[in-house]
Design a protein around this ligand. Sequence first.
Ligand SMILES: [Zn+2]
Length: 238
Amino acid sequence: MFLESFRHLIEIEALKKQNQQNLVQISSENKRISDLEERRTKTRLQIDNLKLEEKNLKLTETQQQIDVSQARFKKLNSQLALAITEKEQIAFENQLKLVKNEMENLETLYFSNLEKSEAIQNEIENSNEFLVGSLASLEIIKTEAVINISTENKIIENRNLRVQSLTELLQPSLKSLYLETEKKFKPKRPVSYLIDKKCSECHMLADSMLKNSLEEGRSIEFCPSCSRLLIPETAKIY
Ligand SMILES: [Zn+2]
């Protein structure tokens, strides 16, 4: 009496398995979007860090220090020209040496940091270009995804209509047991096939009585080991 229902169950399960593939497709469409959005967020953070790094080079401050040293150097030079005694002269010359040394160090620092700053600004520029370009790609991907996802959903919907009408055709007690088992096993398969006395999911060996009764459609059976609803493999060929 259950053989017809078993055949419906086989089709129901096959349709649900096909739905899984469409769901995988939908999630991969969504992943395309979230991956790109994630990269964009990372790039924005990188730009912030680069800007901070550039600011920490303190180029303007170094430039100001150089200006101060230069002014001091100039002043000392004019003082040297006015020096009267040899002692004064030596003192100014020593100070000039110190200031010149300081100026050279500052200039070395300035140019090395200037190079770093230019490299950082290049990197920022590239990152900004990526943000602009990827915004356009993102819009295209989103438009494509909306269309693809809606196509996938339509396929699933149609299949679910068929699943629903097949479910209605199931023998009532088999139907309620199937739906119960499905809830219990979700997202795993709630059914298994009895193939050569063996459960296709857990490979438990069933006894001949269970096998015969199931294959002749006389009873509803569950695998004694994994508790799945058993479908006789012979129902496939009826
Ligand atoms: Zn089993």
